[in-house]
Design a protein around this ligand. Structure first.
Ligand code: UDX
Length: 434
């Protein structure tokens, strides 16, 4: 099947390569020439485990190509829209400029009966509005949200845990479903659950899934705040409530909170859209979810103050910059935020990350970066772990103790063995842990 994918960022590049890996003939289109040059050469323009491998294997079959020319979409029967919908500057709402531009760029190249399948996360009501444009050239619009997690994006795309099609009523809907079924034939043959619904529901599925995940994280972080006031341990609490199958242990890790290109901006855009629709009160709790989340970053700074006193001139090793491990993404990263804030408070921050230094340096050239963990730790008065990369979780407190000047560790992700660090002479501070 011939497919086009407009937008080759974290979502689109993975989608294009994965679809080619599954046997489709795919062209990826993006306005960014550097990204297209990288992808065409089989190089991933960002860190995503497994992506370089499928770029190479699918590329070698001749089924996968990348270009900046929207005309290359001609001849494909399904056209995915995978461009970003970032937060609008100065507002909570989503910026739909790139979605509009992608559809406008595609229109001259669509044939009657072609399907445009939106993957980008959009405010509810967007698809119904865009459908008129797409239908004006005889094509059909579907909304087919994506639930991939960075770090597991290839697996999540090739073996999704569910598929959602938002399609129009009538004949167009029948054709849209048939085309999407053909695209996802491999996953469907493995009994992947499928929900076929209308546009508004498909759009809401995506934002409500992310709102739920964000709420779950902020719930446990709220419990961490209560634990801090009572001497309780939020990690034991999470284990104990997580054994209840109705609650579940996943996404109950208290720490410095959520970041990334999706959760923070999606809950804000959801609030903005709900207010426009006159149902702002229904999701007003998302403001608390956001505020609890942002308070956890401040809590790390407060603990640093408590342990170090005056921060001015203190050397602080910040381990982690990416918003989560196995990613080089620093969008709305709590880790980078903590590093920047500590630096702003006068601390001599030395920050490191296995993959996210280049992105961090481009955004915050004022920070001092160390290429290795050992270099970051050298002479530190305190060590702060803010992204739980495997290599930071595995640090040996005895060996690290020999490199630093002061044995204070702040475990912003609650991933260290507190007893082992204390036994090695460290002052250990977690978030919501005694
Ligand atoms: C998220 C959704 O999981 C995915 O389904 C959607 O398609 C896009 O948004 P992603 O942004 O890749 O994916 O990250 P995710 O794994 O959800 O983590 C988000 C943030 O929450 C990270 O900063 C992570 O560190 C944090 N987190 C996660 C916690 O603080 N505690 C947890 O228990 C889990």
């Amino acid at each position: 099947m011939r497919l086009s994918v407009t937008g080759c960022g974290y979502l689109g590049a993975v989608h294009a390569a994965s679809m080619a890996e599954l046997g489709h003939e795919v062209v990826g289109i993006d306005v960014d020439e550097r990204k297209i040059a990288d992808l065409s050469a089989g190089r991933a323009p960002f860190f995503e485990p497994g992506l370089p491998e499928i770029l190479t294997s699918a590329g070698a079959t001749g089924r996968l190509s990348f270009t900046t020319d929207p005309a290359a979409a001609s001849g494909a029967s399904v056209h995915f829209i995978a461009v970003g919908t970032p937060q609008k500057p100065g507002s909570n709402a989503a910026d739909l400029t790139y979605v509009e531009a992608a559809i406008d760029g595609l229109l001259p190249h669509l044939r009657p009966g072609d399907l445009v399948a939106g993957k980008s996360t959009v405010p509810v009501g967007t698809a119904a509005r865009l459908a008129a444009k797409v239908e004006s050239v005889g094509a059909i619009l579907a909304w087919n949200p994506e639930f991939l997690r960075e770090g597991f994006a290839v697996k999540d795309t090739i073996e999704p845990d569910r598929l959602v099609y938002g399609i129009p009523a009538g004949e167009n809907g029948v054709r849209a479903k048939a085309l999407l079924d053909e695209v996802y034939a491999t996953a469907l043959s493995k009994d992947t659950p499928l929900v076929v619904t209308d546009y508004a529901t498909a759009e809401l599925v995506k934002v409500s899934a992310n709102a739920f995940l964000a709420t779950k994280i902020s719930f446990i972080n709220a419990m961490a705040e209560v634990a801090e006031a009572t001497g309780a341990d939020v990690t034991h609490l999470a284990d104990a409530i997580g054994y209840d199958g109705r609650i579940g242990r996943r996404f109950l890790n208290a720490g410095v909170g959520f970041g990334g290109g999706c959760l923070p901006k999606d809950i804000r855009a959801f609030r903005a859209r709900a207010e426009e629709l006159g149902v702002g009160d229904s999701v007003s709790f998302l403001r608390d979810v956001d505020e609890i989340n942002l308070r956890r970053r401040k809590r790390v700074l407060d603990i640093a103050h408590e342990e170090l006193g005056e921060l001015n001139g203190k050397r602080v090793a910040v381990l982690g910059l990416a918003f989560k491990p196995d990613s080089d993404d620093i969008r709305d990263s709590p880790a980078l935020d903590v590093a920047v804030s500590l630096n702003g408070l006068g601390a001599h921050v030395v920050a490191t990350d296995p993959e996210a230094i280049a992105n961090s340096r481009a955004k915050h050239p004022q920070l001092v970066y160390a290429e290795s963990t050992a270099e970051a730790l050298e002479g530190a008065d305190a060590v702060i772990i803010v992204t739980e990369w495997k290599e930071y979780r595995a640090l040996d407190p005895v060996a690290v103790g020999e490199a630093v000047a002061g044995k204070v560790v702040i475990d912003g992700r609650n991933v260290l063995d507190a007893a082992a660090w204390r036994a090695a002479g460290w002052t250990y501070r977690g978030l919501g842990r005694p």
